[in-house]
Design a protein around this ligand. Sequence first.
Ligand code: FAD
Length: 379
Amino acid sequence: MRRAEIAIVGGGITGLSAAYYLSLMGIDNISIYEAKYIGYGSTGRCAAGIRASFTSEVHVTLMKEAIKGWKKWSEEIDGVKFYQDGYLWLLTNDKEVRLHKEIMSLHNSLGVPTKLVDREEVKEIAPNIVLSDVMAALYDPTAGKSSPFDTTLALRRLLLKRGVKIHEYTKVLRMIRAGSKIKSITVEGVGEQEVEYVVIAAGFWSRELLQPLGYEIPIIGDPHHLMITEKVSPLVKPLVIHKASGSYLNQLPTGKIILGAEYPVRENDLELRIGFIIKAVKMMSRYFPSILNANLQRIWIGYYLKTPDHHPLIGFLPGLENAVIATGFSGHGYMMSPIIGEEIANLVVKGRPRLKATEKLRPSRFEEGEMLEEKAIFG
Ligand SMILES: Cc1cc2nc3c(=O)[nH]c(=O)nc-3n(C[C@H](O)[C@H](O)[C@H](O)COP(=O)(O)OP(=O)(O)OC[C@H]3O[C@@H](n4cnc5c(N)ncnc54)[C@H](O)[C@@H]3O)c2cc1C
């Protein structure tokens, strides 16, 4: 067996970010094991959106830190770009407008400067919009977007330079426990590998990795579709959400348009449905009719990983002193990654996270009867 290492299971954004911060803290024995290729899981399937406009204090606190992180990453990591173009939540009935007035006050009290804007202001923010039934919108100027492909590849390049070992197409088959520790992992094609720490950032597959050890982590794979068009002329800068239907449109800096919609599919089923295209196009072309002329390039589907309270699981696995889990991010794990990676590194190196908000995400919270609450989920 080789030297005991800090083994990160999963080469999505969570695993990469954890490796980055561990390496910044001077750790030099890090290995990432990825069953397929970097970004294969939910990361490479996400809509690139980043925002702090949530309704739970835990999410807002983490995302304010994460946005600082995105700015830092875009300055310090060659190839990462963060575009702070905002989010615009279109509101089409009185009830939503009233609710979002309250949500705005909550955001503002937590330091997120969202603003309820009228139809005229919506037109100023998004000049190409057809207002149709829009009554008002909630605008979040601190939100933005960043390409998951650029970011993961940039992190991959940097981590290799910093001496992190990245093993792609190398699945971790099982984890072997001795008392209160994971003593080793069995790696496909390699055999048994002794570990000092293990970070489980295996997304949807974290569950199957942990079941043999007796852990039933409460996450379900909730399939969500997306589609992308070929490049079109500049249409709109902020990511635009039609709140009532959960449909959204995100024009990327490349000019391509991502369209998403709430289109329920049964759990753990990644078959593509044409009905999704119809719903997303129908909803968003009401406000941006020119998308009907765009060429469809690709449609895909991936998992939101839902926990019972729509907040992730971050922390030591109960009863294990060298195994940290980070998963269950719903539709928000890409945006959270700068702070989550830092907190994983804090857990490994210092034994505790920096933020109280992260402590609240401990995996044991459900058994302890502590549920968090989040209302601002869509897509
Ligand atoms: C349609 C859609 C839209 C989304 N939009 C957004 C968005 O706009 N903003 C946002 O922040 N989030 C968004 N998300 C959510 C986001 O994509 C995820 O929360 C995030 O990517 C999770 O990253 P991760 O690294 O934790 O997991 P993953 O990216 O799923 O990575 C886990 C990795 O572990 C690997 N793995 C699994 N088992 C093993 C094993 N045994 N051995 C080795 N490797 C293993 C997998 O191959 C995979 O690559 C969206 C998700 C979807 C599906």
